[in-house]
Design a protein around this ligand. Sequence first.
Ligand code: IMP
Ligand code: MG
Length: 173
Amino acid sequence: MKTLFTEKQISSRIKQIAKQINVDYKNKELVLVCILKGSLIFFSDLLKQITLPVSFECIKASSYKGCKSEGVVIFCNQELSFINGKHLLIVDDIIDTGLTLDSLVKNISSVYSPLSIKTCVLFSKKIKRDIQADYKAFDIENEFVVGYGLDYNERYRNLPCIKIYNQEHNVTR
Ligand code: IMP
Ligand code: MG
């Protein structure tokens, strides 16, 4: 099973992104939102590299592809009014079709009034889509990846690196 990114590669790229975020949001009130569960590990590693006085919240979102009427369901319907008047950065694991992030941005901005909304992802799949993430660690081919928080049927989230999932093999440490 092929390792796509090692822990070291991920960690050094996260440091670069955090550095950019630290510059972009200097003297601004920033709230980070972690999209569970996939971005949990990425989020916590990113958070530790941010030197600004930020606050954060976690929300659970899930996209239902092929069911356009539903789009994204936010399972934990949290009260997010503390983001009003602040800059919001939504952090997810991966942007594939863009449905999840697009719906989240639309959903949140229809209910709340943050000063700005931007998105940050660990991976962006190289496919044609309307929405792009504002910050991304890596572009990847249109392959299914697991590890570092990302799952296949809830498995492999605990892998410290990123592997390309191959159904014919089991991913092992
Ligand atoms: P989108 O809504 O199509 O952009 O898909 C985003 C969500 O699908 C992510 O938050 C992941 O939970 C899941 N996803 C998409 N591609 C992958 C992958 O390669 N590995 C693991 N999860 C994925
Ligand atoms: Mg996810």
